[in-house]
Design a binder for this molecule. Sequence first.
Ligand SMILES: [Zn+2]
Length: 216
Amino acid sequence: MEEISFPSVPNLVNIDNYNSRLNMLIQTRVIYPYDFIGIKKEFKSLYSEAIHSFLYGCPDAALSLAVRCLERGLKEYMSKKGIREISYRDGKNTDKRVKLEYARLFDLINCSENPVKDKEILQYLKSLRNYTHEDTLVEDFHALEAIKHVTDALNQLFQFKNITVTVERCRLCGQKHSITVDAGEYYLGNRIMLKCPNHSLGIGSGVLGEFIVNLN
Ligand SMILES: [Zn+2]
């Protein structure tokens, strides 16, 4: 009897590459956009998908999703500020006004109401057009760059200075602690050590626990 041969399954997840992309992500220090994600569950899903698309080797999807997060973030911010219309100059150098809900991403970036003022970020966001309107495939490096800049923009719009971690019962002193972690340390993949504030210097490390910043 003839043997049945199954078609080979494409190797969707190459573990080595996953690890190298994870390392790239950690080294890039993408600060978890805590306040943007907290606005609604759809934002959290979109952002999480962008990161996972990057990690699993789908850079084109990652870039598109990052850009979508940026568009949602800009519209959310402006809408909360009571902005209903935006004004921008189109390709023919004509001044235009459009309702916020109908505005396209590049109008949002170019409009005078755009709250992102950091010139470097703005310049980068404008350059995104090159990726989204060409058929050249996006490389990992570009996807990560997009994630980084979009996340920086989101963290400018929805700023958080720090987060507080509550430890109900410290394994070192038995007390309850509220420990502050600065936003700068709260980047994806970072291993954060929590130290007991009652632990006297010089005796052991004082580390009562640790966690890794992830998207869950
Ligand atoms: Zn303690």
